[in-house]
Design a protein. Structure first.
Lengths: 777, 168
């Protein structure tokens, strides 16, 4: 493999050989001598008092080593950490121990854990535990849960509303009045962003191994956050941080749901500390759908004002976030901290009013799911822009164009306070319009409509905020880190604090290093996911790994390069300022024949004897990168649908996406991220949805009932990109992990509403719902 | 605990005599008894296909087959698809075309693709999408999986038309 131009090159992933041959090691593939297995007994009710738990029969079952309930964990295991506790949550509302005590608050709430010699025995014994429940009415619908008289999850607080944000409305009221007085419009709409299951193909899993002799705990977990997990878990089980090691092996997808700490990690660690043996727990799929965090679940009341020409003058959003039953790490801030800052999307909107209530219900906790807040915000503004266009009889593309923040307005300070780094929104829109041949497409639509066909075209010009996060924006600094070592042989070891779960950073980070050191990419090894060997990192989420973790790698390489130049200068009897690195050689500017190879310098540095006096031997450095600002990727997605009048089924005829994630380290992987993101966004629009009965029963507890897109249900995506570099990191990269999900959902929603010629339809667009609309039932 | 039963299964060309509980699923037998952990468990209810293996040459979901049902049969798992150290054209296709991200569905997806190409060596995109709808991928959006299978089909056609021993 060549060296020059390694960044930007669509090379194959180095992760793949182990994955395509079955040689990768996921958590469930780990076996430790004497390892025990855990099965968890869960609430069959959405809401109930626990009168009693009888574990006698389970304890007596042959092969059972221990059975634990909340009683056993008292004083030994703490409550799940919450990053930013808002309102009553700071007073203890929504606090969650590892096992339910006195009351269960959602279907699947863990009540007891069985530890046994093998998995089948653990599950057999689980069936022998008797729990006497007193079922209670459940609060399921979030708006009903807010009303007086609703069943209360936390009686002592007298309400299910954990926190409300209701600033005065005078300013936005004035804007709306003036807009109307000037002949403009105010459009109102209510949008439901349904509850989703992240459902990575690998469920969660953990192996905990406590060695009593050294009082050390090693935890293998399918996690996006090895260091945070180590730091939090050590506090929760009362061990010093340096005696806890978290290893994240191969991870089979996360999408945000593994960006958390869960009861099973705490209980298995406790069980191992008690028994002195390793304990494994692997989540069953029905557990995954019931108890791993869900995403979205937000109801929004939206009002948008615009002049007759279509220029938006003001936006008012009242959001209700359904928290589910407990507070996980980010449950309470998904809407307010991650969604609200980008409420105005790609548009220059002078006045914005945001208000909110966040509410507990008898459902699984919600938290970060691919996009976390930004898909909801984008859905709101994109649906609103469409409705402005519809109300004024204008083309939705032109209304967007009229309102875009212009390239010369960057850095742009939005009315929400967010500062956008760079962008060229019109460029992405124009490219997407050209790709679909928009004019002809609209003409085709007119013809099809005349022939009685339901064809719709949907546009979504999204932005997102990622690369978290600037100093002071979170309770802990959201930096990333890299330790880079150039070995005596000239090969390079990189220890990154970032920990991937399918993104391919072993490949992209190696590309960054290879390009900067001008060495073959094969000579670079990327190590991750072990808190004992990697420097502190904050985790892979929010499309931040390349922007933040990649920048740490880049900076570490620069630092070593400077030292190598010094050493080379001594070897070449030149001044360090005159030495340059090119094609694997350090040479003196202007006399390229006077050169030493990268390997020679690496050897000199590590062997030390020939170094100049005062030069420290070795080539190793650790760099932390904390971004000064967030980055704002953007793009335009266009979806073309046809809805079958007879069946109500939606077929996506075309899906075009133009995304701008700044500089692309590996376009092949960028494309893969966009594909997968679109698939999940389309999944939300068309079929996905977690459903509960009014009594709190989960109706979507297997993959038979929770529909995820299949290969036959998705179209061939047509992709292109624009490149607008960011200035907030040295690589110029933004982020692409969530963009596809954020951009695609509103495009499909827009296309379906357009096809049906209605202002709005709530997702998911399943055939039955659309058939009823078509036939006005 | 129920009485164990003796079974004899040939897995990836190697014969195994084992004692299993009648309720033991084939996927657990492969993973736990034989340490063939390339076959994954994704859903427990036969929707996702992560556990797909070949049973007497036919793709099956190993979470829906009892180990005792495989008695006297030949099983091929992802570990046995290509000779030691080599790659099957389908594996190559997934690597070349970026047909995987987290990799968890991949072994099952590759085994299902094997069956698909056996039945239909020259599938259209629609036929590939239809043929793989028993396997769920949450990462890729399937587009590059389709490309991977197309790549493999092309490779397998080319090598099939060459004399034995040529190629590779």
């Amino acid at each position: 493999m060549g060296v020059a131009g390694m960044v930007g090159s669509p090379i194959k992933r180095r992760e793949d050989p182990r994955l395509i041959t079955g040689q990768a090691t996921y958590v469930d593939d780990i076996k430790i001598h004497g390892m025990l297995h855990m099965a968890v007994l869960r609430s069959p009710y959405g809401h109930a008092h626990i009168r009693s738990i009888n574990t006698d029969a389970a304890r007596r079952h042959p092969g059972v080593v221990a059975v634990y309930t909340a009683e056993d964990l008292k004083g030994a295991v703490g409550n799940i950490a919450i990053a930013v506790p808002l309102g009553k949550i700071a007073e203890g509302m929504g606090a969650r121990g590892a096992l339910a005590e006195g009351k269960v608050r959602f279907f699947g709430d863990p009540v007891a854990a069985v530890i046994a010699e093998d998995l089948y025995t653990a599950r057999d014994a689980r069936d022998l535990i008797e729990v006497d429940y007193e079922p209670l009415p459940a609060a399921i619908d979030v708006e009903k849960a807010m009303q007086a008289g609703a069943p209360l999850l936390y009686e002592e607080f007298g309400t299910n509303v954990a926190f409300g944000m209701h600033p005065p409305t005078d300013e936005i009221d004035k804007v709306f009045e003036k807009t109307k007085a000037d002949g403009g419009i105010v459009v109102k709409t209510r949008l439901v962003n349904q509850r989703l299951a992240p459902a990575p193909m690998e469920t969660r899993g953990v192996v905990a191994e406590y060695r009593k002799a050294s009082r050390s705990l090693t935890v293998w977990s399918s996690s996006q956050i090895p260091h945070l997990l180590r730091n939090i878990l050590s506090a929760l089980v009362g061990l010093p941080q340096h005696q806890v090691r978290v290893i994240v092996p191969e991870v089979g997808g996360g999408f945000g749901c593994k960006l958390n700490i869960y009861p099973e990690e705490m209980v298995s660690a406790f069980a191992s500390m008690q028994t002195g043996r390793a304990v494994k727990w692997i989540e069953e799929r029905s557990e995954n759908l019931a108890v791993t965090i869900h995403g979205r679940d937000q109801v929004d009341y939206v009002e948008i004002a615009a002049t007759r020409e279509g220029k938006v003058t003001g936006l008012k959003i009242y959001g209700i976030s359904d928290l589910g039953s407990y507070c996980q790490i980010f449950t309470d801030v998904i809407m307010i901290a991650f969604g609200f800052p980008v409420s105005c999307g790609a548009y220059d909107i002078p006045t914005i009013h945001l208000s909110a209530d966040i509410v507990f219900t008898n459902k699984a906790a919600t938290d970060a799911y691919r996009g976390a807040g930004r898909p909801e915000a984008t859905y709101i503004i994109e649906r609103a822009m469409d409705q402005v266009a519809r109300e004024l009889g204008k083309d939705p593309a032109e209304v967007r164009r009229l309102n875009f923040i212009k390239p010369d307005q960057f850095p742009y300070k939005a009315a929400t306070g967010a500062v956008y780094d760079t962008g060229n929104y019109e460029g992405a829109l124009d490219k997407a319009l050209a790709m679909v041949d928009y004019k002809s497409l609209r003409a085709e639509q007119v013809q099809k409509r005349a022939a009685g066909k339901l064809m719709g075209i949907g546009i979504s010009s999204y932005i997102e905020i990622c690369g978290f996060g600037p100093k002071g924006s979170a309770p802990v600094g959201l930096y990333e880190s890299a330790r880079v070592r150039v070995e005596q042989s000239g090969t390079v070891m990189v220890y990154t604090g970032s920990s991937p779960h399918g993104q391919g950073e072993e490949t992209t980070f190696a590309q960054i290093v290879a390009e900067e050191f001008t060495v073959p990419v094969e000579n670079v090894m990327i190590m991750h996911g072990d808190t004992d060997s990697t420097p502190e990192g904050r985790g892979t989420y929010g499309s931040r790994t390349t922007a933040v973790g990649g920048s740490a790698v880049f900076n570490a390489v620069q630092r070593l390069k400077e030292k190598m130049k010094q050493i080379a200068a001594h070897m070449l009897e030149a001044s360090p300022a005159d030495v340059e690195l090119e094609d694997g050689k350090f040479s003196v500017k202007g006399s390229p024949q006077k050169a030493v190879s990268f390997g020679d310098v690496a050897a000199a540095a590590n062997l030390s004897n020939t170094l100049a006096p005062g030069v420290e031997p070795g080539l190793e450095t650790t760099v932390f990168f904390e971004p000064e600002a967030c980055v704002f990727p953007f793009g335009t997605h266009i979806c073309v649908v046809e809805i079958d009048k007879e069946t109500g089924e939606t077929e996506i005829k075309r899906f075009v996406a133009v995304d701008d994630c700044g500089r692309q380290i590996n376009p092949l992987l960028v494309e893969g991220q966009v594909h997968g993101g679109i698939a999940q966004g389309v999944g939300q629009a068309l079929i996905e949805g977690v459903e509960y009965g009014e009594d709190g029963q989960l109706l979507t507890a297997t993959l038979m009932d929770y529909a995820m897109p299949l290969s036959s249900e998705l179209p061939h995506f047509e992709l292109d990109s624009t490149v607008t570099l960011t200035t907030v990191n040295p690589l110029g990269v933004k982020g692409v992990g969530e963009a596809g999900t954020i951009g695609s959902t509103p495009a499909v929603a827009s296309a379906v509403a357009d096809a049906l010629d209605v202002a709005h339809v709530d997702m998911p667009f399943r055939a039955e719902k659309l058939w009823k609309i078509i036939h006005q039932l | 605990m129920t009485m164990k039963r003796e079974i004899s299964v040939t897995v990836n060309g190697q014969q195994h005599h084992s004692e299993v509980e009648p309720r033991t699923l084939l996927v657990y037998y492969l993973r736990e008894a034989l340490d063939l952990t390339g076959t994954h468990i994704g859903c427990d209810t036969s929707q996702c296909g992560a556990c797909t293996v070949l049973l007497d040459g036919q793709s099956v979901k190993a979470c829906t087959v009892l180990a005792v049902q495989a008695d006297g049969c030949e099983v091929t798992t992802i570990e046995g698809l290509a000779p030691e150290g080599g790659l099957h054209p389908i594996q190559e296709g997934f690597w070349e075309k970026h047909g995987l991200q987290c990799g968890f569905c991949t072994p099952g997806m590759i085994m299902a693709s094997y069956n698909l190409l056996k039945v239909n060596p020259n599938p259209t995109e629609a036929e590939i999408r239809k043929g793989l709808e028993g396997n769920i991928c949450r990462c890729t959006g399937y587009q590059n999986i389709v490309r991977a299978v197309q790549y493999a089909a092309e490779r397998m056609r080319t090598s099939a038309s060459e004399p034995v021993g040529a190629g590779e």
